[in-house]
Design a protein around this ligand. Sequence first.
Ligand code: AMP
Length: 293
Amino acid sequence: MANSIRVVETISELRAAVKQARASGLEIGFVPTMGALHEGHGRLVEVAAAECGFVVVSIFVNPTQFGPNEDFARYPRTPEHDQAVCAQAGAKLIFQPSVAEMYPAGQLSTFVEVPSVSRRWEGEQRPTHFRGVATVVLKLFQIVGADRAYFGEKDYQQLRVIRQMVVDLNTPVQVIGVPTVREADGLALSSRNRYLNPEERQTAVALSAALKAAGRLAAVGEQDAGRIRQELHKTLESAVGVVIDYAEIVDAETLEPLDRLNPDCGARAIIAVRLPSARLIDNAPLPRPGEPA
Ligand code: AMP
């Protein structure tokens, strides 16, 4: 049986609980989420709990990171299930604020923008998304005051945005990236996978299959990023009903597209596709020649 977990909805209650934990000598870990938790989120909490005595999970479906025609209204909300996942994985507190608690004036006058790593890819497809993410994550960092914050590599560009923000603004928190948790067939766990019908669920394997194919090419020494990119596209195009938003080989730091792989800098394959019922993203590091794919 997992321990029961405390849920608070106000910033003042959250701050009081964190202050008390600190006073008893515990380090504070923080896992920001939008709820509808799955084993991927559970992994972030487990990693946090292994390193920090007091783990806070925030559950907040942040309206400012959704575009006007996106799924804010229908984004899944599963509070009881989320509490069980958090308790099981070792979190001590859930911070579940209302929209009014986070945005009491309705909207903010201050925003965080990280154009260098936000401009391309998701930023092109979703122009206001990363401004919404960076701003709410900085607000949450200020509210929680954690020592360490845990983010999934599943949202790799988001992780880069947060890392850059923390460096640029001297935010006193250590950002830790956690590898993507996948289903047995390779599909990256995502709260949005529940939008897929059974046929689309089968098709969605194409994303991880494409990443694996790209990884195999890199592992046998292919250095032409254009060739590896073609491999991504070939695999995705063979899946019926998939529309590619992007499928690219990028520098793992800057997220700029690469012409050639270079053993001195990390490379990442990044993908976003649309299926009729959901938009899916995935990514993976490309191995250096000789490393396992
Ligand atoms: P979300 O609730 O989708 O905003 O995600 C909250 C956090 O969980 C983010 O840091 C995500 O990158 C992370 N996350 C989502 N899916 C996975 C996954 N399959 N594996 C690891 N982390 C994940």
